[in-house]
Design a binder for this molecule. Structure first.
Ligand code: HEM
Ligand SMILES: *[C@@H]1O[C@H](CO)[C@@H](O)[C@H](O)[C@H]1NC(C)=O
Ligand SMILES: *[C@@H]1O[C@H](CO)[C@@H](O)[C@H](O)[C@H]1NC(C)=O
Ligand SMILES: *[C@@H]1O[C@H](CO)[C@@H](O)[C@H](O)[C@H]1NC(C)=O
Ligand SMILES: *[C@@H]1O[C@H](CO)[C@@H](O)[C@H](O)[C@H]1NC(C)=O
Length: 727
């Protein structure tokens, strides 16, 4: 390094050898050195790395300027500043004007502006999209700035800031630093070193999003930043709700915003109003949302199904999204934005739709992570999921293509009587979980324009998540222990494909099965077990319902210490095995695999009577009266009036042969196609989810682009230094 500017003492001053400053810097030309050094110390805190390297770079950055400005008289040049050297300080004209106007020009002439000195009192012209903030650098939210290539001039530095979504201000010191600051720097009113730096801020897009107008298009950078925010919420919903002060009504576990809830919300947002208008509009009928059925109301045959709204359970999810929508820096440990999505002109409806798609994609990502883990000792982390297809060629899944993300949805114009813009009190039309396939198809056909295949495909969304009895009076899950993994498991279960059984409870030696292993249980030959479905009435409603279908798998029961079958020899020391013929049908006690009527009926055809399945051989006498008359008839029996009779199961119902359009593949065959092939399910699910998320719009009114490619490294929620980001 050649330091031609100034005598050797200037380097000493630059390096911050404060003890020597007193002795060495008595020279008048050295006046500015102490403040330069302290600024240097401050900036040292902002940049990681080798301190001495950094100092040298700073000195280098200024050598050139100083050199040329002060070449006639190098001793008048100190670090970063030139004293008594007309034409220096980076603003020859300004200096010249100031010199002309006042004797004390050096005090009045800063890098770009001259205070109190007539002609040159104007601010520098702002680059496009920026406004001049003033001189000096911001005092917080530093992002970066040591690359001298960015510090060439205002335009170059502005371009750098424009390329960064979290850059809100930049403070330029020509030839040295192009420091960028995130929105955390607030309005950047407190600034330092006014004679060294000039600061510009991104000009806010006013007035941001206006309800009723199409949302602005999202750049790939915005997609990546918002995706990373969402993934932090998916993985740390509990912590994120606390950070945002979001109250979770009822039992906390059932209300937290999970991936599944984002997907459910995306659907519910796109429902139509009773008057046939609407679609995806960033607005929910708020009736009943946040209400909960308490446990002491359960099982008493006293509740009415229509008492409550159907968006129940989604309040914290909506609130988290609203926080992301309006706060550029939420959540922490994820990318910050220089302005919020709302200020950027995006619509809420576009954000909700985006979140639904990201949930599916994240479910695919987790599916594949689970496939690569053979045993899951981390029972509490996100990878506590168990993949029933581990070791099989169809375990890993792949998106057929990126989702096509549409932007341009219009938010509802807020109801002036509502306290939040996303609440409406207009009635929305919901599907009925107690209904059969004909009604479900009619709903999706009327409100979403779906045919039979599309209706089957969209219900595959139920591969994620579960039902909650305090939220919807339904309980259990579609996929025991793999409700975060997006794959065709829902259809495999629906079609009673053989699969591993994951019991709750403890091994005979007392070890909790769920926290001990992901190994599934099968039959006496160690194979995956066959399954059957039985309807069960839960006694919450006045008619004895709701009815849900519960799956049983025919497995070796030797894991169960309470199993007392008189004939000996069924079990040996290995709780996973049993003697041939000892298998029994078992539910997953307390964590049953379940189907709603609307799910089950895609495969097995039945009619319903106030939510109670009917119309199949053997169900003739199974109705509300019978169900309510004896708790043992909560599941139908063979013969039907014998409370001790055998269990009736869904195989007595015919397959669902509904085909729409006529002549197309009947619904039960579509279920089987999907059960046999992830590829076939995904190939239909991707376009139908896109179609659902455009409900109420013509595609030509939206801006549709393939989702930006993304790699979002897994973050361990226990890692203090974790930062969620996608590249
Ligand atoms: C016939 C149509 C449908 C019916 C009757 C239905 C019904 C339900 C019910 C009752 C719940 C339980 C809510 C709770 O207790 O927390 C639920 C959950 C869910 N629904 Fe649907 N749904 C239907 C279609 C859809 C569609 C089209 C999607 C998305 C594309 C979807 C996504 C979900 C998800 C992901 C969950 C799990 C939420 C969680 O884990 O909290 N559903 N659905
Ligand atoms: C902006 O500056 C004002 C003072 O001028 C201050 O009161 C306010 O808190 C600042 N805003 C932010 C977001 O930092
Ligand atoms: C359910 O409806 C019946 C008949 O309309 C009514 O008498 C009863 O009070 C309702 N139950 C609840 C819990 O609202
Ligand atoms: C209990 O039994 C299970 C199944 O055989 C086994 O995996 C586990 O290691 C045992 N635990 C203890 C503490 O012996
Ligand atoms: C979609 O386009 C059709 C035909 O141009 C038009 O009649 C309809 O109103 C449009 N729908 C929406 C929601 O813009």
């Amino acid at each position: 390094m050649v330091l031609r500017c100034g005598a050797p003492w200037s380097l000493v001053c630059v390096l911050g050898l404060f003890t020597k400053i007193g002795a060495l810097c008595r020279d008048a030309a050295c006046d500015a050195v102490p403040s330069a050094s302290s600024a240097l110390v401050q900036r040292k805190l902002l940049v990681a790395g080798d301190a001495s390297q950094m100092e040298l770079r700073e000195a280098e950055g200024n050598t050139g300027d100083c050199q040329s400005w002060c070449s006639p008289n190098p001793s008048t040049c100190t670090f970063n500043e030139c004293k008594a050297c007309a034409g220096c300080d980076g603003m020859p004209h300004c200096a010249g004007w100031c010199e002309h106007n006042t004797k004390d020009w050096s005090a009045k002439c800063a890098m770009w502006t001259c205070q109190d000195c007539g002609a040159c009192n104007s601010s520098p012209s702002s680059p496009n999209g920026y406004t001049y903030v003033g001189t000096g650098y911001c005092d917080g939210g530093y992002i970066g700035g040591w690359d001298t290539a960015d510090a060439v001039d205002i335009e170059t530095c502005a371009q750098k800031c424009s390329s960064e979504l979290n850059c809100k201000f930049f403070s330029l010191q020509v030839g040295a630093t192009c420091s960028r600051y995130s929105s955390v720097a607030g309005n950047c009113t407190t600034r330092f070193r006014p004679n060294q730096y000039v600061t510009f801020g991104k000009a806010p897009a006013r007035p941001g999003y206006v309800a009723g107008e199409p949302g602005a298009a999202w750049s790939p950078e915005h997609q990546k930043a918002i995706r990373a925010k969402l993934i932090r919420v998916f993985q740390e919903s509990d912590a994120v709700c606390r950070e945002a002060n979001i109250e979770v009504p009822g039992e906390r576990w059932s209300g937290l915003p999970t991936m599944a809830k984002f997907l459910r919300l995306a659907f519910h947002d796109c429902m139509k109003y009773a008057d046939g208008t609407g679609g995806c509009d960033g607005c929910l009928e708020w009736k009943g949302v946040g209400g909960r059925y308490t446990r002491d109301q359960h099982g008493k045959k006293q509740l009415n199904v229509s008492d409550d709204g159907h968006h129940n359970g989604l309040r914290p999810t909506v609130e988290i999204l609203e926080k992301i929508y309006t706060d550029p820096n939420f959540p922490p440990k994820a990318p910050g934005l220089w302005q919020s999505p709302k200020e950027s002109g995006f619509s809420r409806a576009d954000l909700w739709a985006f979140a639904g798609m990201v949930a599916v994609e994240h479910g695919i990502h987790l599916n594949n992570l689970a496939c690569h883990k053979l045993d899951l000792d981390d029972a509490h982390g996100i990878l506590s999921q168990c993949h029933p297809r581990v070791g099989e060629p169809d375990c890993e899944v792949a998106a057929p293509r990126p989702f096509h993300f549409a932007s341009g949805r219009k938010d509802c114009v807020p109801d002036p009587t509502a306290d939040q813009p996303y609440k409406t009190f207009k009635t929305e039309l919901h599907p009925d979980p107690g209904a059969n396939a004909a009604s479900t198809l009619a709903y999706f056909k009327r409100d979403f324009g779906f045919n039979a295949r599309e209706t089957v495909a969209i219900l595959g969304a139920h591969t994620l998540g579960r039902v909650h009895n305090t939220i919807s009076l339904h309980q259990y899950t579609w996929k025991t222990r793999s409700a975060m993994l997006f794959n065709n498991g829902y259809f495999r279960n629906l079609a009673s494909k053989e699969d591993w059984y994951y019991p709750t409870g403890s091994f005979p030696n007392g070890t909790n099965i769920r926290t001990a292993t992901c190994r599934g249980f099968g039959n006496s030959r160690g194979e995956r077990a066959p399954a059957r479905w039985k309807p069960h009435a839960f006694y919450h409603l006045t008619n004895g319902g709701p009815v849900q279908w519960l799956q049983e798998k025919k497995v070796c029961p030797c894991f169960d210490p309470s199993w007392t079958r008189p004939d000996e020899g069924c079990c040996n020391d290995d709780p996973f095995s049993c003697k041939a013929g000892c298998e029994e049908y078992r539910i997953v006690l307390g964590m049953d695999e379940t189907m709603l009527n609307s799910d089950m009926s895609l495969y097995r055809q039945f009619s319903t009577n106030d939510g109670i399945p009917a119309g199949c051989p053997g169900l003739e006498d199974w109705n509300s009266e019978a169900i309510k008359s004896d708790w043992r008839l909560r599941s139908p029996r063979i013969p039907s009036n014998d409370v001790h009779g055998d269990s009736w199961d869904s195989s007595h119902c015919p397959f669902t042969t509904i085909a729409d359009p006529p002549g197309s593949t009947p619904m039960y065959r579509v279920v089987e196609e999907y059960a046999d092939s992830n590829e076939k399910f995904f190939a239909d699910f991707f376009p139908v989810l896109e179609k659902m998320l455009m409900n109420g719009y013509n595609a030509s009114d939206l801006v549709v682009t393939p989702m930006a490619s993304h790699a979002c490294p897994y973050q361990d929620p226990h890692d203090w230094h974790r930062h969620y980001s996608c590249s």
